[in-house]
Write a protein that binds this ligand. Structure first.
Ligand code: ZN
Ligand code: ZN
Length: 139
């Protein structure tokens, strides 16, 4: 589990009913939801929650570093509660399912000095693409 709620509580982040529902919707493993998806799920539990509240809450969780924004497909940003363990993403080209993956070896080290152009390189994002088992059997 990502323990998002616990982390927020430990930080002393004020958990109103609305913020709690947003955090609960986002908590878990391999969770990568768009803001609209978070809003739709939150509204099932708390019908009065507004889209603006959801967007603001997501933005705050990103700014304190407990949630990361992921852009894997050039479409809507996704929100990922797995903010403290470095990982890459495996994306299904059929249904869009995203899994958190942990390549062996240090992907930063995979870039040779001659390809760094004098940059001090500090981060890397890799997206693996393919078809998930469901899409493979459907095809
Ligand atoms: Zn798929
Ligand atoms: Zn992720």
């Amino acid at each position: 589990m990502s323990d998002l709620l616990e982390r927020l509580r430990e930080r002393g982040w004020r958990l109103t009913a609305q913020r709690r529902v947003v955090a609960e919707v986002l908590d878990g493993d391999h969770v990568h939801l768009t803001a609209d998806e978070v809003h739709a799920r939150a509204a099932r539990r708390l019908p009065e929650i507004s889209r603006a509240t959801v967007y603001n809450t997501l933005g705050e969780m990103v700014s304190i570093g407990e949630v990361i924004e992921v852009a894997t497909d050039g479409r809507a940003k996704r929100y990922d509660p797995n903010a403290h363990r470095a990982h890459q993403h495996l994306v299904c080209a059929g249904c869009g399912t995203i899994r958190d993956v942990h390549p062996t070896g240090d992907p930063l080290a995979a870039l040779p000095d001659t390809e760094r152009f004098g940059f001090a390189v500090s981060a890397v994002e890799v997206t693996y693409r393919g078809l998930c088992p469901d899409c493979r059997s459907a095809g």
